[in-house]
Design a protein around this ligand. Structure first.
Ligand SMILES: *[C@@H]1O[C@H](CO)[C@@H](O)[C@H](O)[C@H]1NC(C)=O
Length: 215
C-alpha cells in the first residue's frame, strides 16, 4: 500500500486509523477499534479506507503465495542440478604399452566418482545428462619410447598429448584438457596410440572430468 496515500487520509480522519492501516505486523486490531476509527470519517472516506484495508489483506496473502511458489521453484531446481565429478589413475607396476594397435586406457584406480558416470572397468565416461563437460588427462612415461594419448569423444578425436622418442631424455610428462559438449549417453575416453607407452605407477597418470553446465 502507498504510505503517502495513508498520510493524506490521516489529515482528514481520526488518527486512530494509523494503527489500523500500519498494523501490518500487528493483527490484534479489534472490531471495536475499527468501528471507532472509521466513525471519525465521512462515508466516502470510510469506504476508501475499508477498501484499502481489504487490499492490504489481499496483498499480504499474495505475498505469502509468491514466497511459497519461489520456495517450491528453488527446491525443484536443486533436485534437477546433477553432480558429475570423477578422477581416476592408471594402476600397475611400470609401463602400459607399447601395443601394436590403439588401445583404450583403463584408469582402474578411482579417486572420486560422484554420479558414477566413469566406468573403472572399461575406462569409458558416459554422459548421464546433456551438457558441457571438462576433461583433463596427465601422464608420465619413460623417455626412451614415444607417448601418444588422445582424448576421444565417441569415435572423434578431441585433443592429444605427445612426446617423441629420444635417447637423451629420461622421462616425459605431459597432458591436455578440453571443454566438450556432450549429449546424454555420449562417451569420452583416453586412447593410447599404437607403439607408444605410458607409466602406470604412483597415480602419476590420471584422467578426470566434471559437468560444468547442464543443457
Ligand atoms: C592412489 O590413489 C588411491 C585412491 O585415493 C589411494 O588409495 C592410493 O594409496 C594411491 N596410491 C599411491 C601410490 O599413492
Amino acid at each position: 500500500m502507498n504510505r503517502a496515500m495513508v498520510l493524506v487520509f490521516l489529515l482528514f480522519c481520526n488518527p486512530g486509523i494509523v494503527q489500523f492501516l500500519l498494523a501490518e505486523d500487528n493483527p490484534i486490531v479489534t472490531e471495536t477499534e475499527k468501528t471507532q476509527t472509521q466513525s471519525g470519517c465521512s462515508p466516502d472516506m470510510q469506504n476508501v479506507l475499508t477498501e484499502l484495508g481489504a487490499m492490504r489483506e489481499k496483498v499480504g496473502a499474495l505475498e505469502n503465495r509468491l514466497k511459497e511458489a519461489e520456495k517450491h521453484i528453488e527446491e525443484t531446481k536443486s533436485k534437477e542440478r546433477k553432480r558429475v565429478i570423477f578422477s581416476a589413475a592408471l594402476e600397475g607396476s611400470g609401463s602400459i604399452g607399447p601395443f601394436t594397435t590403439d588401445t583404450t586406457l583403463i584408469y582402474k584406480k578411482v579417486l572420486i566418482n560422484i554420479g558414477n558416470a566413469y566406468n573403472q572397468y572399461t575406462g569409458i565416461f558416459t554422459a548421464p545428462v546433456t551438457g558441457v563437460y571438462y576433461f583433463t588427462f596427465f601422464y608420465h612415461s619413460g623417455g626412451s619410447k614415444r607417448t601418444s594419448l588422445s582424448l576421444i569423444k565417441n569415435d572423434q578425436f578431441v585433443t592429444m598429448t605427445y612426446d617423441h622418442q629420444t635417447s637423451h631424455d629420461g622421462a616425459d610428462n605431459g597432458g591436455n584438457a578440453a571443454f566438450v559438449q556432450l549429449q546424454e549417453g555420449e562417451q569420452v575416453f583416453v586412447r593410447l596410440g599404437a607403439d607408444t607407452h605410458v607409466w602406470s605407477t604412483s597415480n602419476i597418470s590420471t584422467f578426470s572430468g566434471f559437468l560444468v553446465s547442464q543443457g
